[in-house]
Design a protein around this ligand. Structure first.
Ligand SMILES: *Cc1c(COP(=O)(O)O)cnc(C)c1O
Length: 862
């Protein structure tokens, strides 16, 4: 008889977390103690938990350094084509555990931390013993919880960039992420009296052990000024200069010894900023005014899928583009290929050595900026420069919502970037010439396709600029790419169909399975080995086990454990008690009308009313959790949060309902909370109006973590249904065609309101103050919107949604059948690895070949 394993021993067994060799562990222990002493300058008596985190972070970081330097040397020697991913957002979350997973150090570190605690320092043994007792069971996780999220993104777009970095490194691409080192990332959300309150995200307060400043690579970025046209070319003069200071963060691939670089720029005022003509007194003011320049990288704009035409935002966009292009061109010039063999740089080779991917139009200024560098500075003729520019750049579109498309006022542009405006006008002049030649007399087409929108305030359409200036344009799920071709970019597709592609989004299975759900990763590895971590298509092999009783039990058990753990977390942090035997029904994503959190609310209210009407029936217990941030300026989104918390106040305190229905608002949804909530979900809510969610990636995270999806035929849901079998998802509601047909007929909310008594009851309750008795008309704007100007047709999908939720309840009563569907879903996840997405970008847009080969490991002992 073997005695039951302790948590500690259990974790050691788990193979997906790497091997804990004896030598490995003792080195880690030694280095941990060395860092605590020399780096943190603490002894074990006065060290805080945060000190321990930093000591561990530095210990793990040491293992990256040799691999990082070696990888960059290797790229220099081999000189492969470089891939540059330009993005205003990198929503990275935490780094420590991800680094341990990708380096295979997790178990070794776990064991080292365990042993460190077993050897208390003799003088203060009592303090250390107390510390040990506190840590029992959760040691490593408590240290990990000291790390701040790098929240340099809003939602899906920023998180996609982060997943792509992991996949590009894991597939051996010579890739770089380029962005801005915001001093403040996405705000922290507090819920106060049911309302969202924003707090500044001071994530760098305690220092960031994962970044390295590179002041030697600082670059000047110019703004304002005017242009001078000389016979030998154009000069941009009288500009104001801001310096771009790069900070590098290592990006390790999954166990292949490759470490790529994410380079984020921080704004620095030059030493002589505003000091050119100072007098006594002016000096102090000039130093204080340095802030004005440095504000460029101060804060992330907190809008998701919304364009706000502010000058500071345009400055951010040009800042990252200008600094990055200088870096790209410098690297091209000093590369073996670029300069050593030829005296003068041959820019015609640029598209063979460089691929630039634009994450939405946010870095679109790369196109006119590259033209400016090639024409004004490198003295290439326009035609040659344009050919190079188009062949180098590619553009990813992330949305069709008109309010999200960037259309910069010409006036603002002219003031901030006068030379770029001239270049955009020249690009447009030639572009319109081509159209006019191809479609003679079609004046309306010229107007529709122009980069400049006339009528009222003149604006530059940045998506049009990107389509014209790039050789590839892609949407992020098949249905979205089809919509681009059929509607928003129809004219462009007609003229240049070869440019249009699809690259369905994906997520990295390292963070979104191995790291956040080790229990599930282990249960899978026991059946099909652990190669699926590199090659997610292998999850298909799980289909063999759908009827395997032991596997079904394992999968259900892991889910139950994750639910208990999340319930404990919620109780500890938010003092809410939830029933871990209830169905965890979760909708987490940015709060937006198109994502239809309001449809979810209507289901909650309907379910509540049904329970109240017939309290003795066997209702399937549900805990509905909704989380997400509202953009601070988005009034309706903030009211939606208030409605969710108001419904919770009534439902959660109704003794008739008991724990058969609870409504929890998950405060401050971010990458780290996603990693805790998603593995605990039974049901994933993906209920946007068909045609509005470009892809979604939250949907994929839930699917991979063993939740079933209730969703519309929108974004990547369509492909998820294709991969898992439509019968294994709960699909409901209008398809894109139905939405279009309804638009043509005319959508009239009151028809549904009058026809469906339960809908009417729910709306009347919201409107009548049932959920806000102290302020009966608190939600009148929301009701008015739903009844009279709902762009996203919530009521049209209400009836089918409620019916579909009934099917969900029925299946949940049969745990075995539920879990079988879960297994089909996990087995169908292969396509949604960002490794697949990146391999397609590599082959079909960038012209580089991915590889699973490793490079040699360095000797970490120095
Ligand atoms: C994945 C992710 C998102 C995107 O979720 P969607 O449901 O696709 O909108 C947003 N925020 C965070 C923190 C994420 O991890």
């Amino acid at each position: 008889m073997s005695k039951p394993l302790s948590d500690h021993d259990r974790r050691k067994q788990i193979s997906v977390r790497g091997l804990a060799g004896v030598e490995n562990v003792s080195d880690l222990k030694q280095n941990f103690n060395r860092h605590l002493h020399f780096t943190l300058v603490k002894d074990r008596n006065v060290a805080t938990r945060r000190d321990y985190y930093f000591a561990l972070a530095h210990t793990v970081r040491d293992h990256l350094i040799g691999r990082w330097i070696r990888t960059q040397q290797y790229y220099y020697e081999k000189d492969p084509k470089r891939v540059y991913y330009l993005s205003l957002e990198f929503y990275m979350g935490r780094t420590l555990q991800n680094t341990m997973v990708n380096l295979g150090l997790e178990n070794a570190c776990d064991e080292a931390m365990y042993q460190v605690r077993q050897t208390p320092s003799p003088s203060h043994w009592f303090a250390v013993v107390c510390f040990c007792l506190l840590q029992l069971g959760l040691e490593m996780e408590e240290l990990e919880d000291m790390e701040e999220d790098a929240g340099l993104g809003n939602g899906g777009l920023g998180r996609l960039a982060a997943c792509f970095l992991d996949s590009m490194a894991s597939l051996g691409l010579a890739a770089y992420g380029y962005g801005i080192r915001y001093e403040f990332g996405i705000f922290n959300q507090k819920i106060v009296n049911g309302w969202q309150v924003e707090e500044a995200d001071d994530w760098l307060r305690y220092g960031n052990p994962w970044e390295k400043a590179r002041p030697e690579y600082m670059r000047p970025v110019h703004f304002y000024g005017r242009t001078e046209h000389h016979p030998d070319g154009v000069k941009w003069v009288d500009t104001q200069v801001v310096l771009a200071l790069p900070y590098d963060t290592p990006v390790p691939g999954y166990r292949n010894n490759i470490v790529n670089t994410m380079r984020l720029w921080s704004a620095k005022a030059p030493c002589d900023f505003n000091l050119k003509d100072f007098n006594v007194g002016g000096y102090i003011q000039a130093v204080l005014d340095r802030n004005l320049a440095e504000n460029i990288s101060r804060v992330l704009y907190p809008n998701d899928n919304f364009f706000e035409g502010k000058e500071l935002r345009l400055k951010q966009e040009y800042f990252v583009v200008s600094a990055t292009l200088q870096d790209i061109i410098r690297r091209f010039k000093v590369s073996k290929f670029g300069s050593r063999e030829i005296a003068r740089t041959d820019f015609s080779k640029l598209p063979d050595k460089v691929a630039i991917q634009l994450n939405d139009t946010h870095p679109a200024m790369a196109i006119p900026e590259l033209m400016r560098v090639l024409v004004d500075e490198e003295k290439l003729n326009w035609e040659t420069a344009w050919d190079i520019c188009v062949r180098t750049c590619a553009y990813t579109n992330h949305t069709v919502l008109p309010e999200a498309l960037e259309r910069w006022p010409v006036e603002l542009f002219a003031h901030l970037l006068p030379r770029h405006l001239e270049i955009v006008y020249e690009i447009n002049r030639r572009h319109l010439e081509v159209i006019a030649a191809k479609y003679p007399g079609d004046v309306d087409r010229l107007r529709r396709m122009s980069l400049i929108e006339e009528g009222g305030q003149k604006r530059i359409n940045m998506a049009h600029l990107c389509i014209v200036g790039a050789h590839a344009v892609n949407g992020v799920a098949q249905i979205h790419s089809d919509i681009l071709k059929a509607t928003v970019f129809k004219d462009f597709y007609e003229m240049e169909p070869h440019k249009f592609q699809n690259k369905t989004n994906g997520i990295t299975p390292r963070r979104w399975l191995v790291m956040c759900n080790p229990g599930l990763a282990e249960a899978i590895a026991e059946r099909i080995g652990e190669d699926f971590i590199r090659d997610l298509d292998q999850l298909r092999n799980l289909v063999k086990f759908v009827n395997d009783e032991a596997f079904i039990r394992d999968i259900a058990k892991v889910k139950q454990e994750n639910k208990m753990k999340f319930a404990v977390h919620l109780e500890e942090h938010y003092k809410v008690k939830i029933n871990p035997n209830s169905m965890f029904d979760i909708q987490v994503k940015r709060i937006h009308e198109y994502k239809r959190q309001l449809l979810n609310c209507l289901h909650i209210i309907t379910y509540y009313n049904r329970i109240k009407k017939d309290p003795n029936k066997q209702w399937t217990p549900r805990t509905v959790m909704i989380g997400g941030k509202a953009a601070p300026g988005y009034h309706t989104a903030k009211m939606i949060i208030r409605l969710i918390t108001a419904i919770g106040e009534v439902v959660n305190n109704d003794p008739v309902v008991g724990d058969r229905l609870k409504v929890i608002f998950l405060e401050n949804y971010r990458v780290t909370l996603a990693e805790k909530a998603i593995p605990a979900a039974d049901l994933s809510e993906q209920i946007s109006t068909a045609g509005t969610e470009a892809s979604g990636t939250g949907n994929m995270k839930f699917m991979l973590n063993g939740a079933l999806t209730i969703g519309t035929m929108d974004g990547a849901n369509v492909e998820m249904a294709e991969e898992a079998g439509e019968g294994n998802l709960f699909i409901f509601g209008m398809r894109v065609d139905d939405v279009e047909a309804l638009d043509n007929r005319g959508y009239h909310a009151e028809e549904y309101y009058n026809r469906l008594p339960e809908l009417k009851q729910a709306i009347d309750q919201i409107a009548g103050g049932f959920f806000s008795p102290k302020q009966p008309d608190l939600f009148k704007e929301i009701v008015n919107m739903l009844m009279h100007h709902d762009r996203f047709k919530v009521f049209a999908d209400y009836e089918d949604y409620i019916k579909c939720q009934e099917k969900v309840n029925a299946l949940y009563k049969n745990p075995k059948e539920w879990t079988k569907k879960v297994i089909y879903n996990i087995a169908g996840c292969g396509k949604f690895s960002s490794d697949r997405t990146i391999a397609q970008y590599a082959r079909e847009i960038w012209g580089v070949e991915p590889t699973l080969e490793k490079i040699p490991a360095p000797d970490d002992k120095h």
